[in-house]
Design a protein around this ligand. Structure first.
Ligand SMILES: [Zn+2]
Length: 467
């Protein structure tokens, strides 16, 4: 009981916005798990162990191999405007080089606008509204949720994670991981994250990935990096001068610092015997605000700067390319399962199965299918500290619903990417409102198990927050 309480307090440090402005999250609405790619049967056969000659060559259909590992490198608060997408400062040379070798999504969305909701949805492969969770802002997910690493684990894939914030101790994210560690000696603060963790984090990742057992057993590994999260700590003593005095300048230096250490990890992976058959996925749990819509940090709203993120996949055997249709992190779970050759309908150890709401991206990444337009849903359920937000992205249209009453605003992202001027009511508005309401009715809503009606949205309401 005490531990749970401590964990909850610790967690409260991660994602609190200094200003209740706007935020957003995305995910797709498709409930279907994608059909297996051409190579799936071969992948399935190789789910638990690589082939004898795995490191030499394991060709499969469509350029895909049958013996992948999957390594997810998620970076907290990493905005979509990075050097590879046009940001003019060279703040992430290693990731920029990596992206050149990747299938990269230019319009990728997180599932929500802050850590707890985005990463809960990532692991469950579904919108957080439909997952059993406490209802507190730094929420705990209940053991009844089925998380995709549980299915990987039950299928014989080794599952590894190490993270750099106390929230990850009490969040319920450890289900299904054979190894689940936190960077040691982290200081907890309620309003910000003052820790510098990338050096120790990469050391810990290398220790875990250095296990010789991985030379003969396939794995899924996930490391969530935290340094770009506010507060923006100086790394001048490490030879990274501040780019300037603004918050964005300091944030950029945090990104550079993280990129440098990620580079050490990428070099390590490259040299391992399994390096050339390891898929590397880079993404973020949400973006970051630097004054847009009067907001700093993240959470609370679903504006583009808060929900657009990098999302790219270095898949050995697949040629680099960029895909411009909107996609969201809701598709990551089915994609990872397919890359590892594990049936999305396979049971976890207790017999429960996943109920994935996304669609595997493997077929479109390999060129077997053309990327089709699909809707993206952003989902921010009400918690102790935030009002409800939900949004629908369809092509270049985005409709955001504010609060329980669902006051709607429509934006044309092509003409107004910063969402400054809502479109007037009219035919286009009515059509998108109809689509939004239809989508929203289909979203499962699981009531919080701990924070009830007198708790929900209380801090937010007391603070005078709102639209
Ligand atoms: Zn976060």
């Amino acid at each position: 009981m005490l531990l749970a309480a401590l964990a909850a307090v610790a967690v409260a440090g991660c994602d609190r916005s200094k200003d209740r402005g706007g935020v957003t999250v995305t995910s797709t609405s498709s409930a279907a798990v994608s059909p297996p790619a051409a190579s799936v049967s071969a992948l399935a056969q190789a789910a638990s162990s690589p082939s004898e000659a795995a490191d030499a060559a394991a060709p499969a259909v469509g350029g895909l191999r049958a013996d992948y590992n999957v390594l997810v490198l998620s970076i907290d608060s990493l905005r979509a405007d990075m050097p590879w997408s046009g940001y003019p400062r060279d703040i992430a040379p290693r990731l920029t080089e990596l992206e050149k070798r990747a299938v990269s999504y230019t319009r990728a969305y997180a599932i929500s606008s802050y850590t707890s909701m985005s990463l809960g949805g990532f692991l469950g492969g579904k919108l957080p509204s439909g997952m059993k969770r406490s209802g507190f802002f730094f929420g705990k997910y209940a053991p009844e949720n089925v998380l995709f690493p549980e299915v990987l684990q039950a299928s014989g894939v080794r599952t590894i994670a190490a993270h750099a914030h106390g929230y990850f101790k009490g969040a319920g994210f450890e289900q299904g991981f054979d190894d689940y560690e936190l960077v040691p000696n982290i200081i907890f603060k309620n309003e910000t994250d003052p820790n510098v963790t990338s050096p120790q984090h990469v050391d810990l990742a290398m220790k875990l990935l250095g296990d010789p057992a991985l030379d003969s057993k396939r794995f899924f590994a996930w490391f969530h990096f935290l340094d770009p999260h506010d507060m923006y700590v100086s790394h001048e003593k490490d030879g990274i001068p501040p780019y300037g005095p603004t918050a964005r300048d300091k944030y950029d230096a945090e990104v550079t610092f993280t990129d440098r250490h990620l580079g050490r990890l990428l070099d390590f992976v490259e040299e391992k015997p399994w390096g050339k058959r390891t898929v590397i996925i880079v993404t973020a749990d949400h973006g970051e605000a630097f004054g847009e819509h009067g907001q700093h940090a993240h959470g609370f709203e679903l504006w583009e700067n808060l929900v657009r993120v990098p999302m790219f996949f270095v898949v050995p055997g697949l040629a680099p390319k960029r895909i411009d249709v909107p996609r969201s992190a809701i598709d990551l779970a089915p994609t990872i399962l397919e890359l590892l050759g594990v049936d999305a309908k396979a049971p976890a150890s207790g017999g429960a199965t996943l109920d994935l709401e996304g669609k595997s991206l493997v077929a479109e990444m390999s060129g077997k299918e053309q990327p089709a337009e699909r809707d993206v849903i952003l989902d921010l359920p009400m918690t102790s500290d935030n009002d409800k937000r939900r949004a629908l992205v369809r092509g270049t249209s985005k409709m955001i619903a504010f609060g329980k009453e669902e006051s709607l605003r429509l934006f044309d992202l092509a003409a107004d990417p910063e969402e400054k001027t809502p479109l007037p009511r009219g035919e286009a508005f009515d059509e998108m409102a109809r689509r939004y309401r239809e989508m929203s009715k289909s979203v499962k809503e699981v009531p919080p198990y701990a924070c009830g009606p007198t708790c929900l949205n209380r801090a937010y309401t007391k603070s005078g927050g709102g639209k």
